[in-house]
Ligand binder design. Structure first.
Ligand code: ZN
Ligand code: ZN
Length: 716
């Protein structure tokens, strides 16, 4: 009897040691498994690319869930004999990391706007590298059996090279253009965003009905109206049939007399307000489109910091937040207000990070033409070439792709992959220049400057599956692409998953993964979203420290159906610590009672033991099918119950009597041995540490000669 078994199971003493054993075995690397004869050279591959973890903080509960689910997938496939690759990675996470770093700067009384960009980049890089080490050790703590020899970082030279080549190819294929388009701008963060970094917020504001010459226009943003000189109406609107397109009218406006031009446009909603509106093309996407259609002037009214420009006359330099009341006062004095509706419910677009109201601005930036990319993706998705778990994500993906708009990939932040382009100082022409050789404008011959923007971080992570595998020439790309599963949070279905499908298809001609598995949010015990300000954040590392990683993992899995959120509580995890102990104690009993017993080649069971043996075989069949269907939550629960209520409560109890009375004792001993070793294998993907530790103890006493449980054969 191993001394260790006489004491309760101690995860703290065990886990690091076991992880080291796994790492040293080299079995996380599929090539080593082949070399050592564990996996057949021609075995089918199973590839899972780990969502690159943001290298800007600590592992949170959501990461814990990712590691648990993905490690279950790969351990299962590895035991089944697949050439299994789980490729880990870290993400520089552009804007997200810069925000974390800015908060740190704030505490030190500094701001990013005062730091020279090269210096700031270096500071954030150091910060990220320091965090990377931390994050990696935390991923290991979770038991992740990923191949560290293939680890990638989004800023690795070869990843950046791939990203640049993609950018160039898309530019050459006319899928990337530089244009003066309206973008979503955060005046606090001083950067533009894509349409996904925006949070819609319902608000009640005032709707002002303003007299604009003979018309009445409704607006909730009078502060943008200074430059309004086009009045737009539907060509079919009978009320305004006497006005003609292009007609000019003189009228009195906020800061004095102005000339307005009548524009007739089909996009106007005749039912809204009076059916007439003025437009502010610089600060409104719909107005911008109208202006583009009719080639109208566009004037900037509000600057990048949310302050009014000289066009606002006496209000110049005021922040729009403060200016609104004053402008209304003035309009009232001039008798230009018809009425005010104080209960106007509408949706405001805000920065997803800081809540600042998004100010649309026209900016010269790089855009990806999304329609052609989306069409390719839709074809595959509609033909079920990609399986979505849960299924409803397919529908929402299709809807998003069908309504996709061009993607602004320029960010005005230093932390990211620099956009390899030159901009003409004279005509603002943008030229893609991945070799850094352009020194004169190709259009006008003017001097050029290097684009100071960086890529949206999702532009690089959107290329993750083929970039990490070394597209196009690397052997890994040939062997492991397309990958099998993309497992990630449902929250980033558009941000990341859909863009990976589009970019993967475009670059490689193949879908990047066959299955998309999406997990839900991890909430606190009361089902509330965790947040630092609420103080309800559950740290996975504290839970693993207290109860062991196995308890944490199986606690995260049981009851967690894909796509739905999970309420995590300490009590739940504590409960599963007892399970590890139950297995530990059961092992002790089996070893005590089968000492010096050599089971025969073919088992000779008595009737009831034979039935139990068949019952387990049936269970294996069932759960193997469920594992293939990604129903880990069911498998974990079934194994838990079988071990506890059948193996421990019934079989062990029954065998005790048989062995004690020496009636059919051999049958009992064979059954105990077989059931224990089989259950350890089945449980291993879920609770790898305690099962591996027990394996190392019992392998001396059983016929199982495999060195490590992690590469034992999955029971058939
Ligand atoms: Zn912001
Ligand atoms: Zn030029």
């Amino acid at each position: 009897m191993d001394e260790k078994l006489l004491k309760p199971y101690d995860p703290k003493e065990t886990e690091d040691k076991i992880y080291k054993l796994w790492e040293e075995s080299g079995f996380f690397n599929p090539d080593v498994c082949v070399k050592k004869g564990i996996t057949k050279p021609d075995a089918e591959t199973f590839t899972l690319i780990m969502p690159p973890t943001n290298a800007n903080g600590s592992l949170h509960a959501g990461h814990g869930l990712v590691m648990a689910i993905e490690d279950i997938m790969v351990r299962y496939k590895r035991m089944q004999g697949f050439k299994t690759l789980w490729l880990p990675g870290l993400d520089h996470a552009g804007f997200e990391t810069q925000i974390v770093y800015e908060k740190q700067l704030e505490k030190e009384g500094r701001t990013r706007f005062e730091i020279e960009s090269k210096k700031l980049y270096k500071e954030i890089l150091d910060f990220t590298l320091k965090n990377s080490k931390n994050i990696k050790s935390q991923i290991k703590k979770m038991g992740a059996s990923c191949d560290w020899s293939r680890e990638k970082f989004t800023l690795d030279d070869n990843i950046v090279k791939t990203v640049y080549q993609t950018f160039k190819r898309m530019y050459d294929d006319n899928l990337i253009y530089r244009g003066n388009r309206i973008v979503s701008w955060c005046s606090k963060h001083q950067t533009s965003f894509s349409d996904l970094e925006i949070k819609d917020e319902e608000r009640i504001d005032s709707l002002y009905y303003l007299k604009y010459g003979p018309f009445v226009i409704a607006t909730s943003r009078p502060e943008t109206k200074f430059g309004d000189k086009y009045v737009v109406m539907h060509p079919d609107d009978k009320r305004y049939k006497d006005y003609t397109h292009g007609q000019k009218i003189e009228l009195e406006w906020i800061n004095g007399p102005t000339t307005a031009t009548i524009i007739k446009d089909n996009s106007i909603d005749m039912e809204f307000g009076t059916g007439v509106m003025t437009i502010t093309p610089w600060h409104d996407a719909t107005d911008f489109e109208i202006a583009e259609r009719h080639k109208l002037d566009k004037e900037q009214i509000i600057d990048e910091f949310g302050k009014l420009l000289p066009i606002a006359g006496e209000f110049t330099g005021q922040h729009i937040k403060k200016a609104r009341t004053l402008i209304i006062e003035k309009l009232q004095k001039k008798g230009l207000i018809e009425k005010i509706d104080e209960n106007y419910k509408h949706v405001i677009r805000t920065c997803y990070k800081c809540g600042t109201t998004i100010e649309p601005q026209i900016k010269n930036q790089w855009f990806v033409k999304m329609k052609p990319l989306a069409e390719q993706a839709l074809e595959k998705i509609n033909n079920k070439k990609i399986e979505y778990i849960p299924e409803h994500y397919q529908k929402i993906t299709v809807h998003w792709l069908e309504n996709i708009i061009d993607w602004n990939i320029s960010r005005q932040i230093v932390w990211g992959i620099p956009i390899p382009a030159k901009i003409c100082n004279k005509c603002e022409n943008g030229m893609v220049d991945i070799e850094n050789i352009i020194s004169k404008c190709e259009k006008c011959g003017g001097d050029v400057r290097t684009d100071s923007d960086t890529f949206d971080t999702w532009f690089s992570s959107g290329q993750w599956p083929f970039a990490t595998l070394g597209y196009p020439d690397n052997n890994d790309f040939k062997t492991f692409y397309p990958t099998n599963v993309m497992e990630t949070a449902g929250e980033i279905i558009f941000f990341w998953v859909s863009r990976m499908i589009m970019l993967g298809l475009y670059i490689t001609g193949e879908i990047p993964f066959k299955t998309v598995y999406l997990h839900g949010l991890v909430l606190d015990a009361k089902g509330q979203k965790m947040s630092k300000s609420k103080g309800n954040v559950i740290d996975p590392l504290i839970l693993t420290e207290k109860f062991g990683t196995d308890a944490f993992r199986i606690g995260m899995i049981i009851g967690n159906t894909p796509g739905t959120s999970l309420a995590l509580s300490e009590d739940k995890i504590r409960g599963y610590k007892n399970f590890a102990n139950k297995i530990w104690n059961a092992t002790r009993f089996v070893l005590e009672n089968t000492k010096n017993f050599t089971p025969p080649e073919t088992p000779n069971y008595d009737e009831e033991d034979k039935k139990s043996d068949e019952e387990l075989k049936l269970l294996i069949k069932e759960i193997t099918k469920e594992m293939d269907e990604y129903k880990f939550y069911i498998v974990a629960e079934k194994l838990y119950h079988y071990f506890w209520h059948t193996f421990a409560d019934v079989i062990i109890e029954r065998s005790k009597v048989k062995i004690l009375k020496n009636q059919n004792a051999d049958s009992a001993k064979i059954l105990l041995n077989t059931q224990l070793t089989t259950l350890l294998k089945l449980l291993h993907p879920f609770i790898p540490f305690v099962t591996e530790e027990i394996w190392s103890i019992i392998k001396k006493d059983t016929k199982e000669k495999n060195d490590l449980l992690m590469v034992a054969k999955w029971p058939a």
